[in-house]
Design a binder for this molecule. Structure first.
Ligand SMILES: Cc1cc2nc3c(=O)[nH]c(=O)nc-3n(C[C@H](O)[C@H](O)[C@H](O)COP(=O)(O)O)c2cc1C
Length: 349
């Protein structure tokens, strides 16, 4: 039987299915547009127990593209407050926002127009990262971050989190995976620093300070999560034991849950895909850490969903819920945990 009514730090989850965050590259001046209202309404109506809002930049240069969602000023705060009110009226489930900084991966063309292409010309910006190493042959080298740049980014995560709680989000999920800046700091592929922010003694100083600063301002009944990398799928990259070490450190700072991801530090890795491709690794991490564990990755049929339910605390689903809005309603195990719209009583099997 799927777990339901999970409570994490006072936040009640309707069931253990989470809508995975999905970047839409459809914001205007960093604010959600009509597209977001349509897209997120559909996802909130799937019956999932909680929803994660797409990767949202903590600063202008922390965006991937010029159309990214942002949360770093009062205009953004007002736009997010309005969105949250709208969504919570439809279904009052926990809504968490994923906060990110792109680092060397920023200043890019919108991927559904041009994939893995850096911007050129007046709309481009200079990026930075832990070291002066580009993400791919056709990408510019980022500037190596000074200590003052790192301190500024830590403050930006804190400020965006503060705005997120004010807007009405139930939690923040800090993006430390998928080649974003905080993944760049975790991975030996992109971080060659020899100072305290390097990987020599694997203390994960930036990550630790970010979680600590958010914990210091965390209101009651709100959550701090992180999306982390369980494996870079590269010979010299992050291994599962590194991820367990990172989670041990972050747990002490107040992390409530982690979503295990993998790959993405460079555009092409040795990652292999099949239904539930991250379940085994995530279950191993769950057994060896004290943080609640979620994962995603082609959990797209009822058999694999049942398996995931046994192995993990939370299950994230992205593409399947876009493709088949009533996937959960059609699952016998979830049927009673999900509200079928009465108007569709004779429409959905
Ligand atoms: C269109 C699209 C946008 C995505 N954007 C994000 C994002 O903003 N943040 C994130 O952590 N993952 C992002 N992902 C990854 C998904 O959250 C998810 O982990 C991945 O698609 C695998 O799960 P699935 O097979 O259920 O879709 C994105 C995936 C897709 C397809």
């Amino acid at each position: 039987m799927p777990r339901h009514k999970i409570k994490i730090n006072g936040v009640k989850f309707y069931n253990n299915i989470v809508v995975s965050p999905m970047c839409q590259y459809s914001s205007q001046n960093g604010c959600p547009t009509e597209w977001h209202y349509h897209h997120l309404r559909n996802l909130i109506e799937t019956g999932a127990g909680s929803l994660i809002i797409e990767s949202t930049a903590v600063s202008k240069i922390g965006r991937i593209t010029n159309n990214d969602m942002c949360l770093y000023n009062i205009r953004h705060l007002n736009a997010h407050s309005k969105l949250i009110k709208y969504l919570k009226k439809i279904r009052n489930i926990p809504i968490i926002i994923q906060l990110s900084h792109s680092g060397r991966k920023g200043s890019a063309e919108i991927p559904f127009y041009k994939k893995n292409i850096p911007l050129k010309g007046k709309h481009a910006w200079k990026t930075f990262g832990p070291s002066n190493i580009s993400r791919d042959a056709n990408w510019p080298k980022p500037l190596e971050m000074k200590i003052s740049d790192i301190k500024k980014v830590i403050k930006q995560f804190e400020y965006s989190s503060c705005l997120a709680f004010k807007a009405g989000y139930d939690g923040v999920e800090i993006h430390m995976a998928h080649g974003y800046l905080l993944h760049q700091f975790c991975s030996p592929i992109s971080n060659k620093r020899s100072d305290v922010y390097g990987l020599n003694d694997s203390k994960y100083e930036v990550h630790k300070k970010i979680i600590r600063s958010i914990k210091n301002i965390l209101p009651k009944k709100k959550l701090i999560g992180a999306r982390v990398t369980g494996d870079d799928h590269l010979p010299k990259g992050i291994k599962t034991k590194d991820c367990i070490n990172l989670l041990d450190i972050l747990k002490k700072e107040g992390l409530n849950y982690a979503c295990i991801s993998s790959g993405g530090i460079i555009p092409k890795t040795n990652m292999e895909f099949c239904p539930g491709y991250r379940l085994k690794m995530s279950n191993y991490i769950k057994k060896n850490s004290k943080v609640l564990i979620r994962t995603s990755g082609l959990i797209n049929n009822h058999k694999i969903l049942k398996k995931a339910d046994k192995l993990l605390d939370l299950i994230a689903i992205g593409r399947k819920l876009v493709n088949d809005k009533y996937f959960l309603i059609k699952d016998k195990k979830y049927k009673n945990l999900v509200v079928t719209p009465k108007q569709y009583k004779y429409c959905i099997d």
